[in-house]
Design a protein around this ligand. Sequence first.
Ligand SMILES: [Zn+2]
Length: 410
Amino acid sequence: MKAEKVMAAVRGGRLHGLLDTLAGFGALPTGGMNRQALSDEDFAARAWLIGEAQRIGCRVWTDACANLFIRRDGLEDLPPVMTGSHIDTQPSGGHLDGCYGVMAGLECLLALHDQGLRTRRPIELVVWTNEEGSRFSPGAMGSSAFVEPQRMSAYRDSRDAAGVSVAEALDAHARRFAELPLRERIAAHAFVELHIEQGPVLERAGVPLGVVSGVQGVRWYQVRCRGASAHAGTTPMDMRQDALLLATGCLPAIDALAERLAGADKRLTFGRWQVLPNSINTVAGEATFTIDFRHADPAVLAAFDAELPACLPDAADLQPLFSHPPVAFDAVVIGVLQQAVEATGEASLSLRSGAFHDAMYLATHCPTSMLFVPSRDGISHNPREYTEPSQLEAGARALAWSLVQLADQA
Ligand SMILES: [Zn+2]
């Protein structure tokens, strides 16, 4: 009954107001958002959020990566149920990516407060630092540092385009929020992240909610093909070693490999290209491109790793850049989310996340899953990012139900 009560106390108008207020920090005159991690805009948004949380009696901590932990105490001092996401954005981002999960989490705390209800376990709303990775590399910095604190020493040296290091930006955060106590990693009972889908699956199915079963794995490679730069006007074709022709020539073989291994689930991208000397009248002497291949099955990823070298020309140099295994979310949390969706009376489907999220790292720390709401036209990382207000409200109601249910577990 408690979960239903809190779910019914979620107020759509208030949720939209919270999203509008947050969107004011770093709003671009042309529409959309630019709120980089640990920037002045981010600090202003954090200060506002902390004030809202303290007004309803929540306690707030930070940690070595400036993650914010906003706790509504439970009846017992047990490991909390965590929810949250990120409030940094792409340089020309939308107002929902990450922000929706944090504002919906705050709306759940407000609904609990309105009802004067306490859960058995504490509920913590978390803001993970630098999820986007657009100011500092890598992304999901805060959540990955939370689950593996030893990552921090490398992260602190990462610098933005202006030369500011993460260490300096963290110092600025510590000065601005000097009153916040620091906390080490703690055990958590569960983590639930509510997010926009950033893809077309829910919209195509005409369904307002998705329960996420896991995140597909990824392989990133860089391929460098060497040729010989030469004069475009004087070098006969049969005497050329054109690096760009070598590079583009192997794309069909890589594409065919991905197609054979993945079929309809193929996700293959040749996203970044560098051609040297990149001159209109010189044959390319060197061509470098990247491969992004994703799949949910570790065996498919391993087969791609094994067979990729045979697709490349002899003169190519293959360098792995990054890899992450597929993540399967927790069956118990998935079950609670399915019950939560049923409690809202909305239709849902089960889907896998195509994008990375903080939840991918939290899944290594505690039972974790995610809820998705539709993204219009599948668009995200773009000022045109949009979700129907009724769908945003449905997601917040499902989140409220699941948080209360999980927080009342033994
Ligand atoms: Zn996000």
